[in-house]
Design a protein around this ligand. Structure first.
Ligand SMILES: Nc1nc2c(ncn2[C@@H]2O[C@H](COP(=O)(O)OP(=O)(O)OP(=O)(O)O)[C@@H](O)[C@H]2O)c(=O)[nH]1
Length: 129
């Protein structure tokens, strides 16, 4: 879904059914990193993503996108600037440095998310959920 302000209120209509989240950051837009942090925090704390124990751990794939642009922050820098370990808590997450225009790291990131979701589904099946 689009990340522009007018579309952000639509995100939450999907929270109750999602199995994985892809969060795309413009890693070259340093000025808006505080908005990114606020939005990510609001998303992760939303009741529909925390309603029961199983849903607490919906995995999050973060793309540090536009890595080709000058001044783009690296995943390590974004992890620190956004305080991702604190924000994510015990949720599985991973961050990939991407260039969506050239398709760099997109498949790698999606591969991680798919693998993580499948593992969770397998675990839930074993527990009989
Ligand atoms: N250089 C570069 N451009 C990209 C990349 N991914 C998307 N774009 C370009 O970015 C433009 C879209 O800008 P976005 O930042 O995605 O726009 P948006 O999020 O809808 O709008 P804003 O909230 O205003 O940033 C398009 O021209 C894309 O081709 C990338 O990895 N590198």
């Amino acid at each position: 879904m689009g990340g522009a302000k007018k579309f952000r209120s639509l995100w939450e209509s999907h929270y109750s059914t999602v199995q994985g989240i892809v969060f795309v950051i413009d890693s070259s837009d340093v000025l808006r990193l505080c908005v990114v942090k606020d939005e990510l925090e609001a998303l992760l704390q939303h009741p529909d993503l925390n309603a029961d124990a199983g849903r607490k751990r919906v995995p999050v794939l973060v793309y540090a996108n536009k890595n080709d642009l000058e001044g783009a922050k690296t995943p390590a820098e974004l992890t620190e600037l956004l305080d991702l370990p604190e924000l994510m808590g015990d949720r599985p997450y991973n961050i990939f440095s991407s260039d969506a225009r050239k398709g760099v790291a997109l498949a790698e990131g999606m591969g991680w998310l798919q693998e993580t979701v499948l593992l969770q589904l397998g675990d839930q099946k074993k527990k009989g959920k």
